[in-house]
Design a protein around this ligand. Structure first.
Ligand code: NAD
Length: 519
């Protein structure tokens, strides 16, 4: 199934769609087609073909990085509030194309329409945030110990920034990075997941049109797009003209990127896998908690980095919670994500389905008891997709399989009797992305969000582990990578801090009172 013609028109992609294959890269405003074996692009909804493309080769990666570096040399001198104008224009175009962009996310990832629209809204939100930020890239001034001296710090543009993204947020993660990088005066080279090239092409078109509209003020081609696989990502990690590489994906990928970037003393910003837990205490509002748990565990078919994977429930309520969740999981509408009312769409591909089945098998071998779901659905769902009913299992604690992130809808429920043990369970995995506690006790809440509580980057109270807003910094600790993106002061990742000491007197006093020679 090629893309519907009205969708192609709404996304302004008619010229590219007229070609026999999708491009391998969009660099310096031109489409490039690699001489490499074609890769098919099936929709996870029903396996129908959305097109083909040839993954970008090393030569194209180099071309894109060099083009971005050249653009950066001009962009860095454009005043930041004018850089914000470009982001405003991008945000307005994304607003106008919201429905079409969301439709594309659904086709390429299988995400239900409401969540796809939420993802596009996140892009719009970060554009608004970045626009405001373009007038707030503040530094500090410091008192100097020397007379007639002043010290200050400036935040200056960094260079061309590499952005590698995962399949499950094919638009939002790019926008978190690229919109901040643009107002910070950087150019961007984006390598999206090989599974979601069309979402990237559609956004790149938005950027190109915005650059054209503002051509009098914007040096052309600040953003480059490479549609490649792991090899293209590795080439970016090694490239000396990318002082910062922001990479989102599995912990396996992050380890590789971190080592390559560190070997050339570059900076990496890593947003990696999660293994997120929520604690349900005896005082929790169970109605509220159950709604939050079902969305966090089953939403996006369990394919969010912040999806809820472990539920730690007090002994006194665990039987009730398990019974209510079993009921909820059994009745979740699973099916075609384009159909209104569907809450759980397909898994991204067959590999993902088999990884889920292997995890379920291992869990049962390790003593887990399955309460609900996990099997393939054939009836009432489009043929050719991988549809599963979300799985609910009761376990004794962090079994070996529970410690791994399985990127599918599996929720392991485990008991606790003392809050300190629950916190130990929460922290007892190698990942540290998101966590939550459901409680009406101030003491329990503070224990969880304080220094001896959850060791994650995101620690929530009475809401689930997923569904973050862009205003706060997003990211996790330990194997989740340590990076922070989006709101708060995450923009500092995309700039270099320069410390200035200014002498406005006519003598040269040295710091620390040092006397050197005649002075
Ligand atoms: P993945 O690691 O397979 O791929 C992610 C991206 O990295 C892709 O663009 C891929 O081509 C590239 N890549 C893979 N190996 C690479 C290497 N050695 N060097 C350079 N680039 C490489 O991940 P995925 O299956 O697309 O996404 C799911 C994973 O991403 C999950 O682990 C999920 O938790 C994580 N994720 C994390 C966040 C976050 O913000 N923490 C957000 C979304 C997804």
């Amino acid at each position: 199934m090629p893309l519907p013609p009205d969708l192609i028109a709404d996304l302004h992609l008619s010229d590219l769609a007229a070609e026999p294959q999708w491009p391998s890269a969009l660099v310096a405003g031109a489409a490039h087609y690699a001489d490499a074996p074609l890769r098919a692009m099936p929709s996870p909804i029903d396996g129908a073909l959305l097109g083909h493309y040839a993954p970008a080769t090393a030569g194209l990666v180099n071309h894109a990085v060099e083009a971005a570096h050249g653009a950066y040399l001009k962009w860095r001198s454009v005043p930041a509030p004018l850089r914000g104008e470009l982001v405003r224009c991008i945000g307005n175009k994304i607003r106008q194309r919201k429905a079409a962009l969301a439709q594309l996310i659904t086709l390429e990832t299988g995400k239900i329409v409401a969540e796809a629209e939420g993802e596009v809204q996140e892009c719009i939100d970060i554009c608004d945030f970045a626009l405001g930020l373009s007038r707030q890239l503040h530094g500090l001034t410091m008192a100097s110990e020397r007379p007639q001296h002043r010290m200050m710090e400036q935040w200056l543009p960094l260079g061309a920034v590499g952005v590698i993204t995962a399949f499950n947020f094919p638009m939002a993660v790019w926008s978190w990075n690229a919109m901040l990088a643009l107002v910070c005066g950087d150019a961007v080279v984006w390598k999206p997941s090989e599974k979601t090239p069309l979402c990237a092409i559609a956004l790149q078109r938005v950027v190109e049109e915005s650059v054209d509209e503002l051509s009098e003020r914007v040096p052309a081609h600040i953003c480059q797009l490479i549609l490649g696989e792991q090899a293209a990502g590795e080439r970016m990690a090694a490239h000396p003209l990318l002082p910062l590489l922001s990479a989102t994906g599995s912990t396996r990928m992050g380890r590789s990127v971190a080592q390559q970037v560190a070997a050339r003393l570059g900076r990496s910003l890593l947003e990696l896998g999660g293994n997120n837990a929520a604690i349900v205490t005896p005082s929790a509002d169970l109605e509220l908690a159950l709604r939050a748990i079902v969305f966090a565990a089953a939403g996006t078919a369990g394919q969010r980095c912040t999806s809820l994977r472990r539920l730690i429930v007090h002994d006194s309520v665990i039987d009730t919670v398990c019974a209510r969740l079993t009921q909820a999981f059994d009745s979740l509408p699973v099916g075609d994500p384009r159909v209104e009312g569907t809450l759980v769409g397909p898994l991204i591909d067959a590999d993902s389905y088999w990884a889920m089945q292997q995890a379920l098998q291992a869990a049962e071998q390790q003593g887990a008891v399955r309460l609900s779901g996990g099997g393939r659905l054939e009836d009432g769902v489009p043929a050719g997709g991988h549809y599963v009913r979300p799985a609910l299992l009761r376990v004794r604690g962090n079994l070996p399989v529970v410690r791994e992130e399985t990127f599918a809808p599996i929720l392991y429920v485990m008991p606790y009797s003392e809050l300190l043990d629950a916190i130990d369970l929460n922290n007892g995995v190698s990942q540290g992305l998101s966590s939550a506690i459901f409680t009406d006790s101030l003491r329990e809440a503070e224990a969880f969000i304080g220094p001896a509580g959850s060791d994650c980057g995101i620690v929530n109270l009475n809401i689930g582990t997923s569904g973050a807003e862009i205003g706060a910094a997003f990211g996790g600790e330990k194997d989740s990578g340590g990076g922070r993106e989006a709101g708060s002061d995450a923009w500092k990742n995309y700039m270099r801090r320069v410390s200035n000491t200014i002498n406005y007197g006519d003598s040269l006093p040295l710091a620390q009172g040092i006397r050197f020679g005649q002075g």
